[in-house]
Design a protein around this ligand. Structure first.
Ligand SMILES: [Fe+2]
Length: 376
């Protein structure tokens, strides 16, 4: 991988190294960047926190939602609660506490399930796979599948509409970084899969253009005795991800990319040491990610850049404004008082604006825009 050499312009008092050795104490670095931390960027050093607004009016604003009530609402894949969407992705939540009575097939795109709570079994065209909390389960478009929970299961479901999920280019870190592709677990044609094959009637619900169609069979169509190829459901858990980090440089969110789809990416923040070099920023730097809407789902742990955010919550930071750590988190970062972050969170960065759906009515934290105020 190569990049052209460039000589950034320096004006006034600056640090020549981004995110480190700020030119004066008590100043605030802000990155204005394009192309999701890959494009042209500048770093400005401010006297005041870029999130120090005193009032905010208009439809563009940071938003936070408590999804916990929605994550307890039992449903089915075809009736999952739609949260946000654009032409390339749909973000939904649903849960189940009993075996799915019907098979499901998505004719609109790949589905990426993120299991927030629960454990159980998944049966699909390709066999049987056990799942647990923290799993990503990638289900290619057109696959028939169903789940049998062993414990109540709640999940985020992200559709890559008319697209397909791929893995990111690991670049300088090499192909085995973050997780080895050998860690991807595939369904097996095992005894549990063969035991569920039967001559009893089953129904299949197919979603195409958002509309369900029900097809009846006089037998269970999950009846494969074998398969070969390079298309399948696969599973990876956040515990399998070995994060990139530097003790001297706060890596951008793009270093935590897990899946890439058409015009959006899914990243995973997993437990990791914080930066120890006294000159290095050790909380996320203030930034304007000016080409992407950023969505973060908080799964577990203590979220080191956010105050008062709990597991099961979701934040939306649309492009167009600067955001960054909350005041208490910033102060802890400046003091290097925390040596390890135990947060687990999923981030979806979308190149096109995400529309907020009525499914989020009633679960928004109305005062989130003021949560950066000192003492909030
Ligand atoms: Fe951001």
């Amino acid at each position: 991988m190569a990049k052209s050499i460039s000589f950034p312009h320096c004006e006034g008092e600056v640090s020549r190294q981004a995110h480190a050795d700020l030119p004066q104490q008590g100043r605030y670095e802000r990155e204005i960047g394009r192309s999701g931390f890959y494009g042209p960027a500048s770093h400005l050093h401010h006297r005041h926190p870029p999130t120090g607004w005193s009032d905010w009016n208009g439809p563009l604003k940071p938003r936070a939602y408590d999804l916990n009530p929605l994550l307890r609402r039992c449903s089915s894949p075809q009736d999952a609660t739609q949260l946000l969407a654009n032409a390339h992705c749909q973000v939904r939540v649903w849960s189940l506490d009993a075996a799915m009575p019907q098979l499901f097939r998505n004719g609109d795109g790949d589905d990426l399930l993120f299991i927030h709570q629960g454990a159980g079994e998944l049966f699909c065209d390709f066999g049987h796979l056990s799942y647990r909390d923290g799993d990503y389960i990638l289900i290619p478009r057109g696959t028939m599948w169903r789940m049998e929970p062993a414990s109540p299961t709640a999940m985020l479901m992200i559709e890559a509409s008319n697209g397909a999920y791929q893995l990111p280019d690991k670049g300088l870190a090499g192909a085995h970084a973050l997780f080895d592709e050998a860690m991807l677990e595939l369904p097996r044609i095992d005894d549990a899969f063969l035991a569920q094959q039967s001559e009893t009637p089953w129904q299949l619900v197919i979603k195409r253009r958002g509309v369900p169609t029900t097809v009846s069979y006089p037998f269970n169509p999950l009846d494969a005795i074998g398969w070969h190829g390079n298309l399948s459901v696969c599973r990876i858990n956040w515990r399998d991800i070995r994060p990139l980090m530097s003790h001297r440089y706060h890596l951008p969110p793009s270093a935590h990319t897990t899946f890439v789809a058409e015009r959006f990416v899914v990243c995973t923040f997993v437990p990791r040491p914080t930066e120890s070099d006294p000159g290095a920023l050790c909380v996320p730097f203030y930034h304007s990610n000016d080409d992407f809407d950023e969505l973060i789902f908080y799964h577990a742990g203590d979220f080191f850049s956010r105050d008062n955010i709990k597991p099961g919550m979701l934040t939306l930071h649309p492009c167009g404004f600067t955001h960054g750590p909350h005041p208490k988190a910033f102060a802890a970062g400046a003091a290097h008082s925390k040596t390890f972050s135990d947060e687990v969170a999923l981030m979806l960065d979308a190149r096109d604006a995400l529309d907020v759906y009525p499914g989020l009515d009633g679960v928004e934290l109305q005062n989130y825009v003021n949560s950066w105020k000192p003492g909030a």
